[in-house]
Design a protein around this ligand. Structure first.
Ligand SMILES: NC(=O)c1ccc[n+]([C@@H]2O[C@H](COP(=O)([O-])OP(=O)(O)OC[C@H]3O[C@@H](n4cnc5c(N)ncnc54)[C@H](OP(=O)(O)O)[C@@H]3O)[C@@H](O)[C@H]2O)c1
Length: 339
C-alpha cells in the first residue's frame, strides 16, 4: 500500500456561544506505511452531532472534553483500503469513532464491521445508527409509547426527531411535531405527522400546542428543552411520560439556562420525566438496525439528510445544527478513491 496523505479537521479553540469556523482548522497528516496488525480506512461519511458542542467545552460533563489541536473524534463510516489484521479485508464497511478525518489507521478493536443490510452505508450514522436508536430507545424504553397515545416531538424534522415521529406513528400514536420553518413543517406532514407547529411562526408555543392537541399530550420526546419543555408541561395529561433526549436550545448559552417557569406541574400532574443516554441502550442496536433497514426498504420510514462534500465542510455542517440550516442529519461526504 502506498503512503497516504489524509486531511483532518481539528478543534483549535473552544467556542464561546455559537461555534464559528475559526474554532476549527484543516491539517494534513502523512499516514506512512501500515503497521502490522492494523487496518487502513478511508472514511466515506462523517457524522456531526449536537453532543459534540458539550465536548468542545473544557468543563465538567458526562464525557471528557475534546483536546485542542487534534482531529475531532466522532462517528464515521468508511471503507477498508488495506489491512494487515485478521478479520478485515479491503472493501469492508466499518463504523468508527475516529472522527473528522479523510483516512486513518486503526487497531481492529477500534472498528465495527457493518453489514449494510441492503441500504446505503450513510444510514448507519443516521436513521439506522445512533440518532435513529435514540428515537427508538427514548420512545419504547423510556416513554413506553402505546397505541392511542398523543406524542409531542420537538426538533421533529431532525435526525432523531423525524425517526421519533415515524416510530410513534408505527406504534399507533397520534403525533404532534414542532420544527422551524414552512419547509420543515411540510416535510413533517409528508412523513405522516398528524399536527405540525412551526414554532418560529407562532406567538405562543403553549397555545399552539393546546390547539394541536386539545386533549393534552401523553408523551413528550424532548430534543430542545426551554420553551418547548415549558409548553409540554403546560399541555401534559396526568401521568404523562417525558423522555428527555436533549435540550439543544441551551447548548450555546454562556450563562445559566432558565428552567421552565411551570416546572411545578410535574407534581400536580404526576408527570414522569426521565433523561437518557443512548450509549446505555446499545443492546437494542442490532435488532433496531435490522428493523430500520426493513422500514426504509418498504417506505414505512423515510429519511432525508443534508450532505456536505469534503472534510473542509465539517465546521459548516456542525454549525448548521444550531442555526436550523440542516435538514435531517448533516453528513460530511468524502469522495471515494478513484484508484
Ligand atoms: N440522549 C442521547 O444520547 C442523544 C443522542 C443523540 C442526540 N441527542 C439529542 O437529540 C437532539 C436532536 O439531535 P439531532 O442529532 O437529531 O439534531 P437535529 O435535530 O437534526 O438538529 C438540531 C435541530 O435542533 C433545532 N434547534 C437548534 N437550536 C434550537 C433552538 N434554540 N430552539 C429550538 N430548536 C432548535 C433545529 O431545528 P429547527 O430548524 O426545527 O429549529 C436543528 O435543526 C439534540 O438535543 C441532541 O443533543 C441525544
Amino acid at each position: 500500500m502506498a503512503l497516504m496523505i489524509s486531511r483532518e479537521m481539528r478543534l483549535i479553540s473552544r467556542p464561546v456561544g455559537m461555534p464559528v469556523e475559526g474554532n476549527f482548522a484543516l491539517a494534513e497528516v502523512d499516514l506512512g506505511t501500515l503497521a502490522p496488525g492494523a487496518v487502513r480506512v478511508r472514511n466515506r461519511f462523517i457524522s456531526t452531532d449536537p453532543y459534540m458542542r458539550g465536548r468542545m467545552l473544557d468543563g465538567p460533563a458526562y464525557a471528557s472534553p475534546f483536546p485542542l489541536g487534534a482531529a475531532i473524534p466522532g462517528r464515521a463510516i468508511g471503507t477498508v483500503v488495506d489491512s494487515t489484521a485478521p478479520g478485515f479485508r479491503p472493501g469492508d464497511i466499518v463504523r468508527s469513532m475516529t472522527g473528522w478525518r479523510e483516512a486513518f489507521d486503526a487497531k481492529p478493536q477500534e472498528l465495527e464491521l457493518i453489514d449494510t443490510l441492503g441500504i446505503s452505508p450513510h444510514h448507519f450514522i443516521g436513521v439506522a445508527g445512533v440518532p435513529g436508536l435514540s428515537a427508538y430507545a427514548g420512545l419504547t424504553r423510556i416513554a413506553k409509547v402505546q397505541a392511542g397515545d398523543i406524542v409531542f416531538v420537538s426538533a421533529a424534522s431532525g435526525a432523531v426527531g423525524a425517526v421519533a415521529c415515524q416510530v410513534a406513528k408505527l406504534r399507533g400514536a397520534k403525533v404532534v411535531g414542532s420544527a422551524g420553518g414552512s419547509e420543515k413543517t411540510a416535510y413533517l406532514r409528508e412523513i405522516g405527522v398528524d399536527e405540525v407547529i412551526d414554532y418560529k411562526a407562532v406567538p405562543n408555543l403553549g397555545a399552539a400546542l393546546a390547539a394541536a392537541a386539545p386533549d393534552g399530550i401523553d408523551v413528550y420526546f424532548d430534543n430542545v428543552g426551554g420553551d418547548h419543555l415549558q409548553a409540554a408541561l403546560a399541555n401534559a395529561r396526568p401521568f404523562a411520560r417525558f423522555a428527555i433526549c436533549g435540550m439543544i436550545s441551551g447548548y450555546n448559552t454562556t450563562g445559566p439556562v432558565p428552567g421552565p417557569a411551570n416546572f411545578a406541574q410535574v407534581v400536580g400532574k404526576s408527570i414522569r420525566i426521565e433523561g437518557f443516554l443512548t450509549a446505555n441502550h446499545m443492546d437494542l442496536m442490532p435488532q433496531f438496525a435490522a428493523d430500520m433497514a426493513g422500514w426504509l426498504k418498504t417506505g414505512a420510514v423515510k429519511s432525508r439528510d443534508t450532505f456536505h462534500d469534503g472534510i473542509e465542510t465539517a465546521p459548516t455542517a456542525f454549525i448548521s445544527l444550531f442555526t436550523g440550516a440542516n435538514f435531517g442529519k448533516p453528513i460530511v461526504r468524502i469522495a471515494e478513491l478513484s484508484n
